[in-house]
Design a protein around this ligand. Sequence first.
Ligand code: C5P
Length: 224
Amino acid sequence: QATGVLHGRSVVITAGPTREAIDPVRYLSNYSSGKMGFALAAAAVKAGASVTLVAGPCQLATPAHVTRVDVVSALDMQQAVSEHIAHCDIFIGCAAVADFRPVQVAQQKMKKQQDHDHMAIELVKNPDILAWVATQSPTPFTVGFAAETNEVAKYARDKLERKGIQLIVANDVSDATIGFNSDNNAVTVYWPEGEKAFATSTKESLAENLVTLIAEHYKNFKKQ
Ligand code: C5P
């Protein structure tokens, strides 16, 4: 039971997809529902934390006692995170941030060019919000998510190290019964010296177990 384990702690969580505008009526995005991040926000509140949820576009009710900041694009999300990260103890990057955004956003609706069967949109990489938070000083205890389709452990451990974070929660998105839009999830959490697997359960129940694990690791974390 997670009750109280984050008493007095400040937690910032990102959730949901981001939308990257192409023109006034079109965007690039992904199928993230935001359910896992919202469940984590509710579980962190239940554990006594004060929680800011930076949410990309998603159709979910704000959990009780959560401060929600709605954003659209990855750049908006980074801006909102930077405004709320200063006094935060724990940062959980649960959002499915679009890796790229269009270089140019057309000010008018793009027209179909009748004589062209192909068109190209040039993309530029978005900032990695999680990796950026992990470079801030003082750095909060940072937790990331990794959605993988193969060699889950290898890629998750690689991200843990590359992004300089404390914990990574990996799920196998090749299994359609869990992850992304599903109500259930099964994950393995990795940290430099160990790992722990959580069997399939509802995102609510998983969120409570993850908050308990995060709180245990946070206790031994020295802020730098
Ligand atoms: O590298 P990858 O996108 O798989 O990493 C996933 C993790 O990094 C998630 O925790 C996600 O929220 C975070 N992330 C981020 N900003 C990005 C890309 C990913 O915060 N631009």
